[in-house]
Write a protein that binds this ligand. Structure first.
Ligand code: MHO
Length: 224
């Protein structure tokens, strides 16, 4: 991409995010979760107010340079950057456990239920909340809690999968956002909405704030 295109894209994106009220906070915290196929949690967390960025990838194993077709001992995970003034790690854990069947052991390591802690505090919080969940539900959790050792970002076609696979919208937004597509807060929200997450007021507010190409707006309106 030529420099002028890149900077035009960057300023378009900045004004889109500003209009949408999704300017990232100066400090974010990071969390990493495995909950089955990563397309689902990417969308679920992307719709959550307070989540700033999402990306999917591979973690929880030791195989170097994992990829989708050579995963080795890794697991599919979603990694989130969030605003710690808006959301606590406990809040994220609640959402995390509500997104998947945490009581059953996944048939493959690729899909295991796992909290990958970024520090001791997250580790201890996750272990404590897992016990609380088990007590509340009266069932034991298959969720592993481990320290995050590495995270390898997944291939581009897996990022924001729900939105990418939405006809018209995926292609248009990818072209509009360019390299900023995956890291955009707006794109994270729209990816979540495309999968049916978020409430109507939240969707209307975001769409009203965005100056999107008419074809994209029409297709999104048709869906939510
Ligand atoms: N059931 C999905 C899983 C993909 S996910 C990225 C499929 O194979 O189509 O593991």
């Amino acid at each position: 991409m030529a420099d002028s295109n890149a900077s035009r894209t960057a300023s378009t994106i900045q004004s889109l995010e500003r209009d949408a009220g999704t300017v990232p906070p100066s400090e974010t915290a990071t969390a990493t979760f495995g909950a089955g196929c990563f397309w689902g949690p990417d969308a679920r967390f992307g719709a959550l107010e307070g989540v700033v960025r999402t990306r999917v990838g591979y973690a929880g194993g030791t195989t170097p340079e994992p990829s989708y077709y050579a995963l080795g001992d890794h697991t599919e995970v979603v990694q989130l950057e969030y605003d710690p003034d808006e959301l606590s790690y406990e809040d994220l854990l609640e959402t995390y456990w509500s997104t998947h069947d945490w009581a059953s052991t996944a048939p493959k390591r690729q899909y295991r239920s796992i909290v990958l802690a970024h520090d001791d505090d997250q580790y201890e919080t996750a272990v404590r909340r897992r016990t609380a969940l088990e007590d509340r539900a009266g069932r034991s959790a298959a969720t592993d809690v481990e320290q995050l050792e590495s995270f390898t970002r997944a291939e581009e076609y897996h990022q924001k999968y729900e939105l990418r696979s939405t006809p018209v919208v995926g292609d248009e937004l990818e072209a509009l956002y360019g390299d900023a597509f995956v890291d955009s807060t707006v794109v994270a929200r729209l990816n979540g909405f495309a999968a049916g997450h978020g409430d109507p007021a939240q969707r209307d507010e975001l769409l009203a704030a965005l100056d999107l190409p008419p074809t994209v707006r029409m297709e999104l309106r048709r869906r939510f």
